[in-house]
Design a protein around this ligand. Structure first.
Ligand code: PLP
Length: 419
């Protein structure tokens, strides 16, 4: 556009923005949580036991015990992580709690005995693919672990950078991964990436831990969504099972606040962790585990439920993507990916504009995830990434929000251009 055309465009955008402000909107696209209709899909959980509190082996699930979970729950969730049932431990309602507990244990007590405690070293570092999940970063920050960003590519973390860093710096004790429909980019790690991740345990020291958070393992929006290669099988081949903890939960399958969380690892890791866990609890909520087993049934039951979630989620994702495409494609004002699953759309503005766009939206009543939240310490060096979470609001609100968002991106971009 010529200078004059840009000025005219700016005026048009400013007046549309002023009109929006007058509408006193109150919209929110910040929360990556399931909608009311989604959680209602699992209402049958309530009362499903019908007075039958016996697990398959006769255990009365109302009573104490069973520190690592019911066998049938292990069986069900092992399938989600593509691991054998005896490599699984079932926790409470939150996989984040399990992740925190593993890191806390490795820091304070050591996965391989007191000598191996990370806390014995002055420096403990974690590799963090960026953009990534703010709560992973918050755990590191809270526990005093220094975060080292590595770029996220369409195939997963930049493995050349990861391998170089792990080989060069023994203070790097771990790495975060969200391998399928990553939060927030939505990418699925390629087979080659999974293969290389499985070999990190042979490059790093034996106290290295890959925190493999498969939160969106079965959360597809389309039946042909890209599958994820099995990390467990690759680790078996490379003899590195001890270097990986895998996590999952039913938070975005059944009830986000009352689901079942689980993790999988090697026999040595599970034994060490269980021994530690025994000091904290006599056992988890087995009633909820049994309710989930009866409700979900098997892999087919799980897939059928995920299909119903996809029916609710797909229109919301498509609404955002259609508006981005119509308003911003080919303008050079932003880049985004079209995820085939998960809960987020990741948008990159032109450098230096993410905070401005989020503020412009907030000033007309549209809440977006704070700029920088997808980076360690809230610091996006390019000030460019914004995470959009379309699952929770109504379809109409998602559409209205995406329109405001596109307008704010345009306004910020044109203002920057003319500055
Ligand atoms: N891991 C990732 C990547 C997530 O995006 C989320 C929620 O948004 C969680 C974990 C939370 O899991 P949970 O509810 O099991 O603690």
């Amino acid at each position: 556009m010529s200078g004059e055309q840009l000025q005219a465009e700016l005026q048009a955008l400013e007046s549309r923005y002023t009109e929006l402000a007058a509408r006193q909107l109150k919209l929110d696209l910040t929360r990556g949580k399931p909608s009311a209709a989604q959680v209602a899909l699992s209402d049958a959980l309530d009362g499903i036991l019908g007075g039958n509190y016996r697990a398959a082996d006769g255990t009365d699930v109302r009573n104490y015990g069973g520190l690592d979970g019911l066998p049938e729950a292990k069986q069900l969730f092992a399938g989600m992580l593509e691991m054998p049932a005896d490599a699984i431990l079932i926790g409470g309602n939150s996989s984040l709690t399990l992740m925190y507990a593993v890191i806390d244990f490795a820091l304070s007590f050591g996965l391989r005995g007191p000598e191996s405690a990370w806390g014995n070293s002055d420096e403990v570092k974690f590799l963090c693919p960026v953009p990534g999940y703010d709560r992973h970063f918050a755990i590191c920050e809270h526990l005093g672990i220094e975060m080292v960003p590595v770029p996220m590519l369409a195939t997963g973390p930049d493995m050349d950078a990861v391998e170089k860093l792990v080989a060069a710096d023994p203070a790097i004790k771990g790495m975060w991964c969200v391998p399928r429909f990553s939060n927030p980019t939505g990418c699925v790690y390629s087979r080659a990436t999974v293969e290389r991740l499985a070999q990190l345990g042979n490059i790093a020291g034996d106290d290295f831990v890959l925190m493999y958070d498969n939160a969106y393992a079965v959360h597809t929006l389309y039946p042909d969504a890209e599958p994820l290669a099995s990390l467990y099988a690759a680790c078996e081949r490379h003899g590195t099972l001890d270097s990986v903890f895998q996590f999952g939960s039913t938070s975005k399958i059944t009830f986000a606040g009352a689901g079942v969380a689980f993790m999988g690892s090697s026999p040595a890791n599970l034994a060490a962790f269980k021994q530690h866990l025994g000091f904290q609890s006599i056992g988890p909520d087995k009633v909820n585990q049994l309710r989930h087993v009866r409700f979900l049934g098997d892999a087919e039951g799980l897939a059928a439920l995920m299909g119903k979630h996809a029916e609710l989620l797909r229109p919301r994702f498509e609404a955002v993507l259609e508006i981005l495409e119509a308003e911003l494609a080919g303008t050079g004002m932003g880049e985004w990916l079209s995820p085939r699953g998960g809960y987020f759309i990741s948008f990159n503005t032109r450098p230096g504009l993410a905070k401005t766009v989020v503020k412009l939206a907030a000033d007309v009543g549209v809440a977006l995830t704070p700029a920088g939240a997808t980076f360690p310490y809230g610091n996006d060096p390019e000030d460019s990434n914004i995470r959009l979470a379309p699952s929770f609001p109504s379809l109409e609100d998602v559409q209205a929000t995406a329109e405001v968002f596109a307008l704010c991106v345009k306004l910020a971009s044109v203002r920057q251009r003319l500055a």
